[in-house]
Design a protein around this ligand. Sequence first.
Ligand SMILES: NC(=O)C1=CN([C@@H]2O[C@H](COP(=O)(O)OP(=O)(O)OC[C@H]3O[C@@H](n4cnc5c(N)ncnc54)[C@H](OP(=O)(O)O)[C@@H]3O)[C@@H](O)[C@H]2O)C=CC1
Ligand SMILES: O=C(O)[C@@H]1CCC=N1
Length: 264
Amino acid sequence: MRIGFIGMGNMGTALLKTIINAKLLSPKNIFVYDISHDKLNKLKNELYVNISANNKSLVENSDIIILAVKPNIYDTVLREIKDLIDNNKIIITIAPGISIEHVRNIISKGKIARTIPNTPALIGEGITAITYSNDFSEENKKIVQDIFKSCGEIVEIDEKLIDIAMAVSSCSPAFVYMFIEAIADAGVSLGLTRDIAYKLASKAVSGSGSMVLKTGMHPGQLKDMVTSPAGTTIQGVRTLEKYGMRSAVIEAIIASYEKVKSLK
Ligand SMILES: NC(=O)C1=CN([C@@H]2O[C@H](COP(=O)(O)OP(=O)(O)OC[C@H]3O[C@@H](n4cnc5c(N)ncnc54)[C@H](OP(=O)(O)O)[C@@H]3O)[C@@H](O)[C@H]2O)C=CC1
Ligand SMILES: O=C(O)[C@@H]1CCC=N1
């Protein structure tokens, strides 16, 4: 199996590095291309992957092609490679708003997996929502699943829900980083050093996420376990409710979802 990555920006590099770290494939079976040759030279020296001369030669050498360019570049790249895609090749999209039907309208052959990963994939802690074109066999699905399992967890999802998954798991890391920054800023404002403030805030957030996943308890119940009667935390909870924290988060997720809908 040979994988080709078109686009070596944040997401392409995150997926590439995780696949190599997980030893899913040897670098000699990985081909990369990006219009920025500086990025390619850096990757060649760091990861020993094959640098393709262009997108077409990458596709010729690859069984699986991951399209890691921005959504507005998709059509240009799809038109460039369309004549080189045969029914044995798998195309993996990772862009919001690009439907399987959209890709199929440009590329008549090949199997299409539509996915939405997130940046924690870089450390193997990602989650990827995946949906497939109708012609996918279980064997081919497993190939795609193994790629994204090397980056964390996966969920198979109906295509009509995938833009919602994008907002909830792919955009939300940005909001979580803002939350971590805000907690740490408060800590610094009260006298902690930056490094200790970030460590305390980040571990509180990642540990709380793990508590939800590992205990299976309702987040509200876990929140209640922290808030002692007449204690300190409930005063913070009261303050967050006063400033509309829940509502702000709900509106942020819905705004991200509405943006992806407007791209169509
Ligand atoms: N960042 C995230 O958290 C997530 C991103 N995604 C999706 O992943 C995709 C990539 O995002 P991201 O990595 O952040 O974007 P980046 O802009 O960081 O990376 C895209 C790369 O593709 C290069 N590129 C542009 N045109 C071409 C071309 N014709 N052929 C080959 N390479 C090209 C760009 O070069 P240059 O910069 O010079 O234009 C850039 O290096 C997007 O569709 C995004 O929506 C999905 C989930 C999460
Ligand atoms: O902001 C974006 O468009 C990309 C897609 C999902 C996360 N980041």
